[in-house]
Write a protein that binds this ligand. Structure first.
Ligand code: SAH
Length: 400
């Protein structure tokens, strides 16, 4: 076994730590860097010489043309295409549900090969559209107003599963080869299930693929990563990716934020604001978005709005007010229109843009904070029990 093979198997093992790949199964190319594709080719017995170029050709077919099928990759020799087809795959998550809202918002329930599920949402506008991408199955954060927060973290998504959401959306929208203009998938928001800064390696790898100019080519200016405030990762996010940052602030006092966004107990507002002020590349043209969910009687008074303005001092900022989106059993209600308007006026009059986000896709539970899947965290004991039950069932049907 060559050194390259060892590298590739490292990548696979590291990447799929929680979604193991069967021995001898085709190697999935989605989510690999160019260098990793080249190494995978060499590990599969292709010559070293030219591996880099062939990796670039594959990249073009996979990410520029959206190809899933080696046979159509006519810039590669027929022999090579045949060999590739036996050793590699270019997959997509399976969309086990495809729901469309009356407002055009579309939600896919994605099923990954190990059976775990996450959701992904396309929000079309007149002449463009954003894709809301998930980074984890479930979430560790337990924010009180968020439906995903009622799930435990089941596992991280790997880079292929994250970029796969973009690929799948493009398949459905018919946006291959990668169009220059007029895209209905023009923007990406890392605002789906999970905390992207708690799965940063995979998110970073996936976003670098998405931004690559010879492929999907969505620019960092059109990508926004939202975090509940994983303070020690914020700088790295800016330095390594340079994408727009959104902060799920939602409260201006630690005593309230501790309750509704519990990560605040670890990284309080003052530390969070300091990390924001230091975010690389900020200017008046590039501001941080502060998301603020409007919860009746919790965080929606004029005094809260004034305190928000005070907190934002010194940070190029805009505010996005999000009317609370309800979900079954949620312990909160949305603030009144009047309270939201007053809040917005105070922030706006202090010189910050403060639009109220129009809820999209509420009828299909696709709006902010409504995503949830049926995946559950299982303990080792659960898994062993399931296995034993399966074996017992198989033994029972076996002839004596
Ligand atoms: N974990 C990251 C990414 C999720 S983004 C983060 O917290 O930023 C999802 C956004 O929707 C966050 O701003 C979240 O706070 C917000 N949200 C959660 N539940 C909501 C609800 N019920 N109504 C409106 N917004 C909600």
């Amino acid at each position: 076994v060559s050194a390259a093979a060892a590298i590739v198997s490292d990548v696979r093992v590291g990447d799929r730590a929680t979604a193991p790949v069967a021995e001898g199964a085709p190697v999935e190319l989605l989510g690999l860097t160019r260098a990793e594709i080249a190494a995978a080719l060499v590990a599969a017995g292709e010559p070293d010489k030219g591996a880099k170029m062939r990796a670039s050709q594959l990249w073009h077919w996979i990410y520029y043309r959206g190809s899933r099928n080696f046979a159509e990759m006519t810039t590669l020799s027929k022999d090579l295409r045949e060999r590739l087809a036996t050793r590699f795959s270019i997959g997509r998550p399976v969309a086990s549900k495809d729901l469309q809202s009356t407002d055009g918002t579309r939600k896919w329930l994605l099923k990954f090969p190990d059976g775990e599920e996450a959701e992904c949402v396309h929000i079309p506008e007149e002449d463009r559209g954003a894709l809301c991408v998930s980074s984890q199955v479930g979430c560790t954060l337990t924010c009180r107003f968020c439906h995903t927060g009622t799930m435990k973290l089941v596992r991280n998504l790997d880079a292929g599963e994250i970029v796969g959401q973009v690929m799948l959306a493009r398949d459905h929208l018919g946006e291959w080869p990668s169009p220059k203009d007029g895209r209905m998938l023009s923007n990406i928001v890392m605002m789906g299930m999970g905390e992207p800064l708690y799965n940063f390696d995979s998110v970073s790898k996936a976003l670098k693929i998405v931004m690559d100019n010879e492929g999907i080519a969505i620019s960092k200016r059109r990508i926004t990563l939202s975090t509940a405030g994983v303070v020690p990762m914020i700088e790295r996010c800016g330095a390594e990716l340079g994408v727009n940052l959104a902060i799920s602030l939602h409260a201006v006092r630690d005593d309230i934020r501790d309750v509704i966004v519990p990560i605040n107990k670890k990284y309080p507002i003052r530390d969070l604001m300091a990390a924001c002020a230091a975010y690389p590349g900020l200017s008046n043209a590039r501001r941080i978005t502060f998301e603020y969910v409007m919860l009746k009687g919790v965080n929606d008074t004029p005094a809260d709005a004034k305190e928000l303005v005070r907190l934002l001092k010194g940070v190029p900022a805009k505010v996005n007010l999000i009317p609370f989106n309800p979900w079954p059993g949620a312990p909160y209600e949305c603030s009144s229109d009047e309270a939201i308007r007053k809040f917005s006026d105070i922030v706006f009059n202090a010189g910050y843009s403060s639009p109220v986000r129009t809820p999209r896709g509420r009828d299909i539970m696709a709006a902010c904070g409504q995503l949830k899947s049926a995946s559950v965290k299982r303990s080792k004991a659960d898994i062993l029990r399931e296995q034993a039950a399966k074996e017992a069932a198989a033994a029972a049907v076996q002839p004596a």
